[in-house]
Design a protein around this ligand. Structure first.
Ligand code: ADP
Length: 503
């Protein structure tokens, strides 16, 4: 008897609801924790069917549980939902065990239900935090990776809309153009801007003005507005969010957005700078283009007169001087052509006239041209006996080869041998120019074909613009060819290009 009393006391002091029921599901006992958890008093539920606690869509669970009990099995830590007296769902963890009669037959079941709403809430919050963290990381990544303003802003709007759970989000920002005119642009996420008007946020609303005045975050029942302020203090724009359900925006959202907004402001500033640099770069190219054309006209005239004079001047010192002057004019011409080519490549306007041509003849001609200009070096050539035909713009390939040759001479002071070789290999013609000059340190090799890239050499100061190889690579690439270099510092360099053979 005493044992019985102890058991009853334990059951009543338990924090978990302990309920017993018949095998048919009728409630036979109900402890105090069950009263607190479900809201029914003991006398209200004794004799009632257990299904009063079960949501309609989960009634089949009871059949499954009873089935286990009938077979003498336990159901342990089964996470499910039950209803309290008010019909509110209650997340619980359920353990059900069979109750046996004196003869050992199963006559009912005991149920222990633990209220796990706090646990479920904590799990949901952790999941939410994790999702927020992932979104935050993705916003950080997106805005630090992308440099173009529009995609940064769209990403920012999309992610912050998801982060706040808003039905619609927008980022409004001011752009000042070249002429100093400012215009208001926006990116949207979720729904069209007109929908904001429903929430009292038309473009000329107080919320809008306050945000653009940088007055801080404004949070109301259905809306949230956060100014995006650049490190220099200028208001770049504002993030606006709306939800048809009131109270969806929390203080936590507000804090999160302020942090994101300041991070985004820096990225937006950078993107704006990048756009400015791009514009200036295009202007610079345009300027070089115009200046190049202007320079070329008088040079063509000078060259014409010099050639006339050369023809009419007998051999001697004066003719020598004229030839020297002509060489310099030609050099100037090449420089201008290169500069113009760079701007054309940039604008995608370098034109090609591609037709079959003899590579061997072209190589001979180039060697001849360079021999005339530079007598300092001996140019040896190793050409195959047969004619090698490639499909190419011959003047452009000449430009590449002359550039290789002049570089070989320029970068091998004190060495006077250059070897030009033409071979064929697996359907391609390979042209190489080898010098025994200063070579290129290994760490520079991969950049040598980049625009304006030059190797600083403390021993030799050699003038140049760093565009010859860049143009050469563009030209060879456009021919579906390959360009490369092999070099060892102090021992010389071999520059190669390969072109598909005409078959
Ligand atoms: P530039 O000669 O006007 O500087 P290039 O684009 O033709 O421009 O060459 C880029 C850089 O590559 C040169 O500044 C030089 O440092 C290096 N280079 C090119 N050809 C050679 C070579 N044959 N030997 C050593 N260095 C070379």
């Amino acid at each position: 008897m005493e044992k019985q009393a102890i058991l009853a006391a334990i059951i009543d002091s338990s924090e978990d609801a302990i309920i017993s029921k018949t095998i048919e599901g009728y409630i036979t006992s109900w402890n105090q924790a069950a009263e607190r958890m479900f809201g029914y008093r003991e006398e209200e539920v004794i004799g009632k069917h257990i299904s009063i606690l079960i949501p309609k869509d989960r009634l089949s669970e009871e059949d499954m549980i009873i089935d286990c009990i009938r077979h003498g099995q336990r159901v342990q830590h089964f996470r499910t939902i039950r209803l309290n007296k008010d019909g509110h769902p209650l997340p619980i963890s359920l353990t059900v065990s069979p109750v046996k009669g004196a003869d050992g037959t199963i006559i009912g079941a005991s149920k222990i239900a633990r209220d796990i709403s706090a646990q479920v809430r904590a799990e949901r919050e952790t999941k939410q935090h994790l999702e927020n963290l992932e979104l935050l990381i993705s916003v950080g990544k997106a805005i630090s990776e992308k440099l173009d303003l529009e995609s940064i802003l769209q990403k920012l709007t999309d992610i912050t809309t998801r982060l706040t759970g808003a039905e619609l989000g927008a980022f409004f920002y001011n752009i000042v153009d070249d002429m100093g005119d400012s215009s208001l642009l926006f990116t949207l996420s979720g729904a069209p801007w007109e929908t904001f008007e429903k929430f009292g946020m038309p473009i000329n609303s107080a919320v809008f003005h306050k945000t653009f005045n940088g007055e801080g975050t404004l949070r109301s029942d259905n809306t949230l507005a956060v100014p995006v302020i650049s490190p220099s203090g200028e208001v770049i724009g504002g993030l606006f969010f709306a939800h048809s359900k009131p109270g969806m925006f929390t203080e936590e959202h507000e804090k999160l957005l302020i942090a994101i907004a300041s991070q985004a402001a820096v990225a937006i500033d950078n993107a704006k700078l990048y756009e400015e640099v791009k514009t200036l770069n295009t202007r610079k190219d345009e300027f070089i283009g115009v200046a190049g054309h202007e320079l070329r006209t008088p040079i063509t005239t000078i060259k014409g007169y010099l050639q006339l004079l050369e023809d009419q001047t007998p051999e001697g010192l004066t003719k020598d001087f004229i030839e020297k002057a002509l060489r310099q004019v030609n050099k100037l011409n090449r420089l201008i052509t290169d500069l113009l080519d760079v701007t054309r490549i940039h604008a995608g306007k370098l034109d090609y006239t591609i037709r079959p041509c003899s590579l061997t003849a072209l190589v001979k001609e180039c060697i001849e041209t360079v021999r005339q200009i530079h007598s300092s070096h001996v140019i040896e050539s190793k050409l195959p006996g047969n004619d090698i035909i490639v499909i190419a713009d011959s003047s452009k390939i000449e430009q590449v080869l002359i550039n290789f040759l002049i570089n070989a001479i320029k970068y091998s002071p004190g060495q006077n041998k250059i070897v030009v070789q033409v071979t064929t290999k697996t359907g391609r013609a390979v042209v190489s120019v080898r010098d025994l000059g200063m070579g290129i340190p290994a760490q520079h090799l991969q950049n040598i074909f980049n625009r304006y890239y030059r190797v600083n050499n403390s021993q030799h100061v050699i003038a140049g613009l760093g565009i010859g190889l860049y143009i050469s690579k563009e030209i060879i690439d456009r021919h579906d060819g390959t360009i490369w270099v092999e070099s060892e510092e102090g021992k010389g360099s071999t520059f190669y290009f390969a072109l598909p053979l005409f078959t």
